[in-house]
Design a protein around this ligand. Sequence first.
Ligand code: IMP
Ligand code: MG
Length: 185
Amino acid sequence: MSAPLPPDAPHPADGVLHTEAEIQARVAELGRRITTDYAGRDLVLVTVLRGGVFFLADLCRHIDLPLRLDFMAISSYTNEAHTGAVRITKDLDEDLEGKSVLVVEDIIDTGMTLNYLLGILRSRGPASVEVAVLLDRDVRRIVDLPIAYRGFHMPDRFVVGYGLDLHGLHRNLRYIATLPDAVMD
Ligand code: IMP
Ligand code: MG
């Protein structure tokens, strides 16, 4: 497992990109739009563990509709990094046949992983599959993905907080912050 933070590590509070208030306002707005768009449909929110669960938990409480939640866990094939191919380490419990699936993600970077996942979900006979993402780092996008609900466009900087981690740390921050020393892989 990862080592503890050294005492002189930069504190994320020094690089706040989106405050708690800003995030909450935006998430509430997305929830209202989803409430309007998905009325009368059989909605399942699908989240990839672990980073997306914070956005999911806040977003679903702003959706005033009956809905279900489901979770997947994946691990990347390191030797096939360029295909976005992943191994599903925990699959969904829900049958997606006829369901309106909304994939809730923390951040989209190259889009490779999500593109691969969307292919898997679409093969299961859902009525629809759309994407809600909190952070869209579109400058690094390799595959063009349709994003129905977007929290914020973001610059080409590594961020932590509100579910996003560096070596497993900082997911619990209520804000989103840049870390000066973090390198993207
Ligand atoms: P991609 O879109 O397939 O390139 O990968 C996106 C995934 O990379 C996300 O789901 C995150 O797990 C991780 N990721 C990308 N950028 C960041 C970041 O700035 N902070 C933390 N995790 C990130
Ligand atoms: Mg992720």
